[in-house]
Design a protein around this ligand. Sequence first.
Ligand SMILES: [Zn+2]
Ligand SMILES: [Zn+2]
Ligand SMILES: [Zn+2]
Length: 212
Amino acid sequence: MEKPVTEAAVEMTIQNFVLPTRDRPIDFDGWLVGELDNGGGDRLRWAVLQLYRWQPADGGPLGYILYTIGHSVVYHVLDSACGKGVVTTVADIEDATPEAYEDLEPCPDCHPMELDDMDPDEEVEMEEVWYKLVQCRTDEDLLLALRKEAKCKNCFHRPHPEHRCSQVSSCACEDYQEAPRPISSPGARLLHLVRPRLPNLIETMNEQKVRL
Ligand SMILES: [Zn+2]
Ligand SMILES: [Zn+2]
Ligand SMILES: [Zn+2]
């Protein structure tokens, strides 16, 4: 089968990527297909979704890596009720976050002082940047990864297929059925962006009747 021209052309530029994850960094070969900045207006917290084409090391067919970086530039008062960060001194705050020092912002709820007005050994709580990575072998896997989380159609809680729901004490739902899972809104925006570069994916989306 002939590869579509658009993809064959980029394939010439396969690169090695090393991306941070929750534990150790992932190392893979491929190329970046597209990136979506899903930022909110205040720019305190936002997510960047990146879609990579992935050449598995076992030589298997091209897959995808869907990579999300959850940015936050917010720091809090030590032991504040916000309870969202990791404890660090002002001097070491750049070890607690990959965000640039000059971008860091005091929490609008617990109101810590400006970093420059604090002593270097004073402690604050810095929110962590988070990473989420999904490896997808096929178009179908990718479309599934871009759907909203599975939940119960009857009680709207997380899946409880084998047992009675216990996520809130008042819920006694015994009848788990998966609710329909539409593509999430950032997922739809990402697909819209990368679609022109992925002719095979368009075909799979048409087969699955995925609408954006
Ligand atoms: Zn706070
Ligand atoms: Zn339920
Ligand atoms: Zn429930």
